[in-house]
Write a protein that binds this ligand. Structure first.
Ligand code: NAD
Length: 317
């Protein structure tokens, strides 16, 4: 592989998440070319204009877009944010079924136009949809993954950083498992700087306790619900998280991120996508990293796997 020159990222879906991802990718110069596709032609044209009008201030990246899928031809990476959102009274499974049908229609047409691309699912339920997209396309599991718990881990690191009085980049902690209710922090591996998390001595206040860590984990799980209750969608943080993952691929970084790919023999799990620490480079997920889990974490990982497996069974996969 190697760094992809003149890289092109295609963002499928120009809604709140797709446009925020495009905005973050423009500012961070994650790709040379950013294209947006949406079936809503009025919306995609307006969003592209609004983004393009700011490119005097964003460096060399260019942004285009259309309701014509050909706009994404030759993309090196495809990020899927298109789909329905959960409506009041609608179950998660009903939402999953609608978004699986969208993927059945989209994936073959996307692969036809970008046969060598790395595909990332952001649309929810992203773990279930990563499995569906991989099965529908028949692409190698390394090249079809979900953004998974990269966003949730960023939320965790921000909360811990605030408590410890350090930068989020100096907090080393990950949420793993399902991007959803059964996700959990890998506390056994967490540290602040080089210090194991339970041994951290803050400059002010008492050291962290196990019950405080539990409360922080619950806070992370509830974060999306709180943001959605207040403003109807989460978009900025997922936009930044998504752009960060795009860079790991297009810059062939080998970055270790908790993305969600179809597992094969990982802690006894097969055919299910869950977020675990993974090496992300130009080939997609080039390696899923073996991490020692505590007995409790192992139990939680299998609980997450059961939740995904149950959804997949009910969706006919
Ligand atoms: P939105 O309703 O604002 O945008 C969805 C867009 O998809 C719309 O513009 C719609 O026209 C488009 N669309 C629908 N069907 C399409 C198709 N067949 N082809 C092309 N475009 C199509 O929704 P949003 O807030 O941007 O959220 C998008 C998805 O991202 C949701 O499923 C949401 O749950 C998910 N999400 C995931 C994460 C994560 O961490 N994985 C975080 C936030 C949101």
């Amino acid at each position: 592989m190697g760094v992809i020159e003149n890289s092109k990222v295609a963002i499928i879906g120009a809604g709140a998440v797709g446009t925020s991802l495009a905005y973050a990718a423009l500012i961070r110069q994650s790709a040379r070319e950013i294209v947006l596709y949406d079936i809503d032609s009025t919306r995609v044209e307006a969003e592209v204009l609004d983004l393009a009008h700011g490119t005097q201030f964003t460096g060399a990246s260019v942004v285009t877009g259309s309701d014509d899928l050909d706009v994404m031809t030759g993309a090196n990476m495809v990020v899927i944010t298109a789909g329905a959102k959960q409506h009041p009274g609608q179950s998660r499974l009903e939402l999953a079924a609608i978004n699986v049908e969208i993927l059945r229609d989209l994936m073959p047409r996307l692969v036809e136009r970008a046969p060598d691309a790395v595909f990332m699912l952001v649309t929810n339920p992203c773990d279930v949809l990563a499995v569906a997209a991989q099965r529908i396309s028949g692409l190698p599991p390394a090249r079809v993954f979900a953004s998974g718990t990269v966003l949730d881990s960023s939320r965790l690191r921000w909360l811990l950083a605030q408590r410890a009085g350090v930068s989020p980049t100096s907090v080393h902690a990950m949420i793993v498992g399902e991007h959803g209710d059964s996700e959990f922090p890998l506390w056994s591996q967490a540290s602040i700087g080089p210090v194991p998390i339970m041994e951290w001595q803050p400059a002010e206040g008492a050291p962290l306790t196990a019950s405080e860590l539990d409360a922080i984990a619950d806070d992370v799980k509830g974060a999306a619900y709180r943001v959605i209750a207040g403003k109807g969608a989460t978009n900025y943080a997922i936009g930044l998280s998504g752009a960060r993952i795009v860079e790991a691929v297009l810059h062939d970084e080998g970055a270790i991120l908790p993305v969600s790919s179809v597992l094969s023999g990982y802690h006894g799990l097969d055919g299910i996508a869950l977020s675990v620490p993974s090496v992300v480079d130009a080939g997609g997920v080039s390696q899923v990293i073996e991490v020692p889990f505590s007995v409790h974490e192992e139990h939680l990982l299998h609980g997450s796997a059961d939740a995904i497996a149950s959804s997949l069974r009910q969706l006919g996969f």
